[in-house]
Design a protein around this ligand. Structure first.
Ligand code: MGD
Ligand code: MGD
Ligand code: SF4
Ligand code: MO
Length: 740
């Protein structure tokens, strides 16, 4: 019997917890939180402990599948890529590149290999039909950050370990463990905040677990956070509480914000938000008077009609109260692989527009909500083929019944995914990535969103089975095929050429730490790493803000040095980064971007609207992860969690009893679901979890299918989006509820 311990980062959610994996004879025996990890200190949630079960899930796909006469059959990698090559070439020849599309799902954000490979893949498509889960999620934040700070990835995070007050809007980190604010053990950190005398305020239509454990819970009418936040800004100006402090000389548009906030007095927004004026004023004063305060909004402020305004307003409040870029306020992390400064180029959207609904491009993407229209509306450029990488839009995007039909009508579909699920069952070719335990890991995305500067490298726990390409190689092979290479093209040569190109550009970039160096010398230094993906990462780390500059700073970081820290390394608390982090053309924080100010008229008009009936919001739970962990028995056993939560008074009015079934109807669809009467719900608001609705023909998810649940996105309407970001409206859906 041989025993060993392996350490790695959990790749499932944004918290990036360190795991300790005990293996006996190369079998995963137990996974626990790594107590020596300096960031997560042993914290783990139930999901992190199932990586072994995911690895061993008999239904996890291990070899490529090709659909023949409607049935998925096993194929070799060579056969799979030959089929893709043949079908794509044929389609392109007949219909052109414009008819190809790509959907990029959430797990891509958790994989540095995919981070490296996905943009080149998108480019090789030669089509503007690029969609991702970002427009079902955080796109409003990218847009507001892009306008304010000059780069869509410059997102301030709450410095929760040092703040005195955190106001959380539309997030439930007790269940989700946080998002756009990477911190293992959010619950523990919030409890520590309260223990040191700080306060936690939660704004949410549900009294969530996070609200339950907070000092104050403020219920809000769904979809109205932007109005509440504008009222807070209004009060800050009206009561002369504006104190930007250190940043004052670096701000532009302050006066314009004051003017723009005038129509949003607390007395005016009170009815619409359901929050009385005194509470709004009290909240504004509390934020202004706290020594250090962080205002943090997430899913409930982003996936709504005024998502971009709300995303912008939270950062404006941070600026006005002197909390932006200050310890204990909202700060900018600096990942180990990041350069110290951003290139100044400003931010725009709408460089092209979608064919059917004329929606603007944002960050090179079109809204996922309009994928259906682009697939179904006849005409030149109609999508006929789709590649999905790690996504399940048939459950996760709005109007998903219609999307499901649209997927079935495609001429060709490829999915890179470990499961045959609601989406990938439509794929003509399925390419399975290796399991998480067969991959190396570094968080490119989440170390730039982390509440402490932190880095960790995880080596694969297991070697990949013979002949199984890495996910990077799968994506690069697809890129090569789309770029005109033969089906048996060696992905290595394309990747090597890309790496050489990046080195070439780094040595010729003025101000780069390796400016003027010999590219051959740099490539040789990188060649110590056997995997090409490691070489890309090492190049980023060594030319990053803390890098060794390939010898220029002997104390600097390299990937090899990081690899010696098997528990990860703490790189210290967040530090002020303004002005270096600003990339706006003016070099200042743009407080009043034209597009956002213009959109405030729409918000003002919405204050008069008094929606009748019920509104639907979503919910996440600790043992679930978006749409894809329901095939793991230990995570789904127990009572049915896919229930419609209804406030007790509403239930009485509607004649609904606990455990009965109700029909929920929206403008686009209908579901029938078990009722759970719950006093956490605000009156007039009902809630359904998302990511359910399994047991579709052709999927292979027997555990999930036994607890199918209903798909809440049958109810969400693809025509409702936040216009500035193209983000789907997934919360605040008008519905009718009745006993079934
Ligand atoms: N366990 C678990 N963890 C996860 C995930 C998961 O599925 N399960 N998913 C991961 C992903 S991809 C993400 S993006 C993050 C998301 O992390 P969070 O942002 O914390 O997401 P939710 O738990 O959905 O919390 C959203 C909250 O907003 C509330 N809400 C709805 N509408 C409104 C509104 O109009 N205003 C306000 N103020 N509140 C509103 C809902 O009641 C809910 O409590 O979680 C990540 N972590
Ligand atoms: N109503 C409603 N809808 C929502 C939300 C909501 O709150 N309410 N939340 C939205 C949010 S925040 C998000 S992020 C989206 C998520 O939307 P998607 O990204 O479309 O959905 P996921 O469930 O994350 O899909 C994960 C897919 O990746 C596969 N997968 C897992 N690991 C890997 C891997 O290593 N490689 C590859 N290639 N594939 C892998 C899984 O099998 C699954 O098919 O949903 C959005 N939709
Ligand atoms: S909180 Fe997130 S990162 Fe941590 S163990 Fe759970 S799923 Fe993994
Ligand atoms: Mo997400």
């Amino acid at each position: 019997m041989t025993e060993r311990l392996a350490y790695r980062t959990c790749p499932l959610c944004e918290a990036t917890c360190g795991l300790e994996i005990r293996l006996v004879d190369e079998d995963v025996k137990v996974i626990r939180g790594d107590r020596e990890n300096p960031f997560s200190n042993g914290f783990v949630c139930p999901k992190g402990t199932v990586l072994g079960r995911l690895h061993n899930d008999p239904e996890r796909v291990r070899t490529p599948l090709i659909k023949r006469d409607g049935v998925h059959v096993e194929a070799s990698w060579e056969e799979a890529f030959t089929e893709i090559h043949r079908r794509l070439e044929d389609l392109r020849a007949r219909r052109g590149s414009r008819t190809l599309a790509l959907y990029i799902g959430n797990p891509n954000a958790h994989s540095y290999q995919n981070n490296l490979a996905i943009r080149p893949l998108a480019k090789s498509l030669g089509s503007s039909n690029i969609f991702s889960a970002s427009t079902l999620d955080q796109m409003p934040k990218h847009v507001s950050a892009g306008y304010m700070f000059g780069s869509a990835s410059t997102i301030p995070v709450p410095d929760i370990d040092r703040t005195d007050l955190i106001v959380i809007l539309g997030a439930n980190p007790y269940e989700s463990n946080g998002s756009l604010a990477t911190a293992p053990d959010w619950p523990g950190r919030l409890e520590a905040l309260r223990e040191r005398g700080g306060r936690v305020v939660v704004v949410d239509p549900r009294r969530t677990k996070t609200a339950e454990n907070a000092d104050q819970h403020i219920p809000i009418v769904p979809g109205t956070d932007a109005a509440l936040l504008m009222a807070i800004i209004h009060v800050l100006f009206e009561e002369s509480l504006v104190r930007p402090g250190r940043l004052e000389p670096l701000l532009s548009g302050l006066e314009d914000v004051a003017t723009a906030a005038l129509p949003f007095g607390p007395e005016i927004v009170a009815t619409r938000t359901g929050i009385d004026a005194a509470t709004i004023r009290g909240l504004a004063r509390e934020i202004a008077s706290a020594e250090r305060a962080a205002v943090y909004g997430r899913i409930g402020t982003h996936t709504v009609e005024f998502g971009t305004i709300a995303s912008w307003a939270v950062d404006v409040i941070a600026v006005l109260t002197g909390n932006l870029d200050q310890p204990g306020g909202m700060m900018f992390p600096l990942g180990l692989h990041q350069p110290p400064t951003k290139r100044k180029r400003g931010f725009t959207t709408g460089r092209w527009r979608s064919r059917v609904r004329d929606l603007p491009e944002v960050l090179g993407e079109l809204p996922a909500s309009t994928m259906i229209d682009e697939m179904t509306e006849p005409g030149d450029g109609r999508i006929r083929a789709l590649i999905t990488v790690g996504g399940n839009p048939a459950l996760t995007s709005p109007d998903s019944h219609a999307l499901d039909e649209a997927l079935a009508s495609l001429e060709f579909m490829v999915s890179v995914d470990p499961y045959l699920n609601e989406t990938t069952r439509h794929a003509d070719v399925l390419l399975p990535p290796p399991s998480a335990l067969e991959k190396s890991h570094y968080d490119i995305a989440f170390t730039t969103l982390s509440v402490r500067n932190y880095a960790m490298w995880s080596a694969p726990v297991f070697e990949r089975p013979d002949g199984h390409p890495s996910e990077f190689d799968i994506l690069v092979t697809l890129t090569a095929i789309l770029s005109g290479a033969p089906a048996d093209a060696d992905p290595r040569s394309l990747a090597e050429a890309t790496l050489a190109g990046q080195v070439g550009s780094a040595v010729s970039t003025p101000g780069s730490p390796i400016e003027g160096r010999d590219p051959a010398e740099i490539l040789e230094a990188l060649a110590v790493h056997p995997e090409i993906t490691e070489r890309f990462l090492d190049l980023m780390i060594r030319t990053g803000a803390r890098g060794d500059g390939f010898g220029a700073d002997p104390d600097g970081w390299t990937l090899q040095r990081l690899q010696q820290h098997e528990h990860g390394v703490d790189l210290g608390p967040l530090e002020p980064r303004i002005p270096e982090v600003l990339a706006t053309p003016s070099g200042s924080v743009e407080l009043a971007p034209e597009a956002i100010i213009a959109d405030l008229d729409r918000l003002a008009s919405s204050l008069e609207a008094r929606p009748e009936g019920f509104v639907l919001v979503g919910r996440r739970e600790l043992r679930s992860n978006n749409s894809w962990l329901h095939n793991i028995e230990v995570l789904v056993k127990g009572r049915n969690r896919c229930t419609l939560r209804v406030n007790p008074d509403d239930a009485e009015k509607l004649d609904l009893t606990d455990g009965s079934t109700a029909t929920v109807r929206s403008s686009v669809g209908e579901v029938t679901v078990e009722v759970e009467i719950h006093d956490e719900m605000m009156a007039g608001v009902v809630s359904l979890p998302y990511g359910w609705g399994h047991a579709r023909d052709g999927s292979r998810l027997s555990v999930a299918s036994a607890r199918r649940g209903v798909n809440t996105n049958v109810l969400t309407d693809r025509t409702r989006i936040d216009p500035l970001s193209g983000n789907a409206v997934l919360n605040g859906i008008p519905v009718e509820v009745a006993p079934a």
